[in-house]
Design a protein around this ligand. Structure first.
Ligand code: SAH
Length: 223
């Protein structure tokens, strides 16, 4: 990253973000203009440890606490675009982690409900999301494989951890019409599935191979 004295650190991160969007996201076929705008706007570096700020816009996943990861920007973009958000949707995210994907969803939807199972991750995510002024986000500590029944149905559901199967409660809490995106497979590799509910029928589409940390819970992997 340029160290020119006439650029503030914020300018540098903004430029890094614009480059990330051009080369990694738009350059690889993500076309939804609202998605591209959201990735230009959300300061990804604030969601990782300060020691990793200079890598925050690189083309790979980054570690957060407790052996979890914030996904590669392109994968976050691919999953987000697949939800087809237009602005008013009620969205459920399973796996808050750093809160980065949550912020992207908050830019694009009406309201975001996000569930995380590791207690220590939630306050960190909440702090950053509050600092950035997202008032349309609700976070909860729970086993997200059960969904969030009090708030169902959801127009879109995004699972950001890999599962052996699609958790039944999530399919039940999906609105009609609705779309669910989830990595499904074994613990080493998964296929990104897009499940669409329409007229009470489910349709499945594969979006490509991915590698996520485990979805640990009653309807995922056993702890
Ligand atoms: N969306 C996150 C990705 C974090 S990695 C981000 O942008 O940073 C996946 C997260 O899923 C981890 O934080 C992990 O603790 C969480 N997770 C795994 N199983 C879960 C479950 N059953 N319920 C809720 N969160 C879960």
């Amino acid at each position: 990253m340029s160290k020119r004295p006439d650029r503030t650190p914020n300018d540098q991160y903004r430029l890094a973000r614009e480059r990330m969007v051009a080369s990694q996201i738009e350059g690889r076929g993500i076309t939804d203009p609202r998605v591209l705008e959201a990735f230009k706007k959300v300061p990804r570096h604030l969601f990782v440890d300060e020691a990793l700020w200079d890598q925050a816009y690189s083309d790979y996943p980054l570690p957060i606490k407790h052996g979890q990861t914030i996904s590669q920007p392109f994968i976050v973009a691919l999953m987000t675009q697949a939800l087809g958000l237009r602005g008013n949707e009620k969205v459920l995210e399973i796996g808050t982690g750093s809160g980065y994907q949550t912020a992207i969803l908050a830019e694009l939807a009406g309201k975001v409900y996000s569930v995380e199972r590791i207690p220590d991750l939630l306050p960190t995510a909440r702090r950053v999301l509050d600092r950035l002024g997202y008032t349309n986000v609700v976070l909860k500590l729970d086993d997200g494989t059960w969904g969030w029944s009090d708030e169902a149905p959801f127009d879109a559901i995004l699972v950001t951890a890999g599962s052996p199967t699609v958790p039944k409660p999530l399919l039940e809490q999906l609105a009609d019409p609705g779309v669910l995106v989830i990595p499904v497979g074994d613990e080493y590799s998964q296929v990104l599935l897009k499940v669409t509910k329409s007229g009470n029928k489910l349709r499945e589409e594969q979006l490509g191979g991915v590698r996520f940390v485990k979805l640990v819970g009653d309807h995922g992997w056993r702890a």
